[in-house]
Design a protein around this ligand. Structure first.
Ligand SMILES: NC(=O)C1=CN([C@@H]2O[C@H](COP(=O)(O)OP(=O)(O)OC[C@H]3O[C@@H](n4cnc5c(N)ncnc54)[C@H](O)[C@@H]3O)[C@@H](O)[C@H]2O)C=CC1
Ligand SMILES: O=C([O-])CC(=O)C(=O)O
Length: 260
C-alpha cells in the first residue's frame, strides 16, 4: 500500500519514521508527502528519501493508494473533497473540520458515489466502540468529555492555578480550540452529534499529561473512561496515542479480520 501524507509535522514525522525507517507496517510505504514549502519538501526528500510535493494535483497523481491528512482542520476543508474525488481513500486526523455538517454530507455523498472511504481514527481517546454499539438502536442518553491539558498547550501561556477555560458543546469547543479538541468531534460523530455532546476543557498547571475523561449513559448502562496520555515531545498539544491511532488505522487496511 502506497501512502501519501498531507503535512510535515509531528504526526507525519512519526508515521514516516515508523513506516519507512522502522518498517513497522510490512507491505506499506510512505511514498509521497504534500508540504506547503519547497524548502521543507527538499528537506523531507533528503532526510527520508520520499517524494515531496507542493502541488496537490501532482501529489494526488503520484501513484498513491491512500492519503493521510496530518495537518490542520483548514487542510481538511481545502483538500478532502479533491482527494476523494480522485478516488483515493482518506484518513483524517484533524476530525474537527467535520463539525461542518455540509462538508460531512458532501464528503459522504462523494464516497458513496465513487466507492471510496474516509477513515476517522479514534485519535487521543477510546471507547468509540461502546458509543457506536449504544447507538446501534439509538439508545444513548448522554455523552460528555472532560479534557485536562497544560495551560501552555491550550492558551499559549502559563497559569498559576487550574482554570476551566471552556464548558459547552463540542461545536463551540472545536471553534475555540481547533488544535486541541478534535477528540470532541470524533466522539460526537460516533454518538449524539456535535451540538449534543458536552465538553469541558481545563487548563491545569500541574498536568504533565493530556487527560481525557469520557462518560456515557444509555440503555446499555454507563461508561467512564479516563486516558492519561503522554504528549508528543515535539508538539505537547498532541498525544502519542493520537499518532498511534493513525498507524493502527493504516494497519487495519492491510488486515482481513477486523476487530471492534
Ligand atoms: N483526532 C485527534 O484525536 C487528534 C488530532 N490532532 C490533530 O492532528 C493534526 C496534526 O497534528 P500534529 O502533527 O501534532 O500537528 P503539527 O502542528 O505538528 O503539524 C501540522 C503540520 O501541518 C502542516 N500544514 C498546515 N497546513 C497545511 C496544509 N494546508 N498543507 C500541508 N501542510 C500543512 C504544518 O506546516 C505542520 O507541519 C492537527 O490538526 C491536530 O490538531 C492531534 C491530536 C489528536
Ligand atoms: O492529542 C490530544 O490529546 C487531543 C488533541 O490534541 C485533539 O483532539 O486535537
Amino acid at each position: 500500500m502506497k501512502i501519501g501524507i498531507i503535512g510535515g509535522g509531528t504526526v507525519a514525522t512519526f508515521l514516516i519514521k515508523s513506516i519507512n525507517v522502522d518498517q513497522r507496517l510490512p507491505g506499506c510505504t510512505v511514498d509521497s508527502v504534500f508540504l506547503r514549502s519547497a524548502d521543507v519538501a527538499e528537506a523531507w526528500e533528503r532526510d527520508y528519501g520520499t517524494r515531496a510535493f507542493t502541488e496537490m494535483e501532482a501529489f494526488l497523481s503520484s501513484g498513491i493508494d491512500i492519503v493521510v491528512e496530518a495537518a490542520t482542520v483548514e487542510a481538511v476543508r481545502d483538500y478532502a473533497e479533491l482527494v476523494i474525488s480522485k478516488r483515493k481513500d482518506l484518513v483524517i486526523i484533524s476530525v474537527g473540520a467535520l463539525v461542518d455538517q455540509e462538508l460531512y454530507d458532501r464528503l459522504n455523498e462523494i464516497c458513496r458515489q465513487l466507492g471510496t472511504h474516509i477513515h476517522l481514527p479514534s485519535g487521543a481517546i477510546g471507547g468509540l466502540d461502546v458509543i457506536h454499539s449504544a447507538m446501534a438502536l439509538g439508545q444513548l442518553d448522554e455523552v460528555s468529555l472532560t479534557t485536562r491539558k497544560p495551560p501552555a498547550s491550550l492558551l499559549g501561556r502559563q497559569l498559576d492555578a487550574k482554570e476551566v477555560v471552556f464548558d459547552g458543546t463540542a461545536t463551540e469547543a472545536i471553534s475555540r480550540f481547533p488544535k486541541n479538541i478534535n477528540v470532541a468531534i470524533v466522539l460526537s460523530l460516533a454518538g449524539l452529534g456535535c451540538d449534543n455532546t458536552r465538553v469541558k476543557i481545563v487548563a491545569d498547571p500541574e498536568a504533565t499529561k493530556n487527560i481525557h475523561t469520557i462518560e456515557a449513559v444509555g440503555s446499555f448502562g454507563k461508561m467512564n473512561i479516563q486516558l492519561e496520555n503522554d504528549p508528543m515531545p515535539d508538539n505537547p498539544k498532541t498525544s502519542y496515542l493520537a499518532a498511534l491511532s493513525v498507524l493502527s488505522t493504516l494497519k487495519k487496511q492491510t488486515e482481513r479480520i477486523s476487530i471492534g
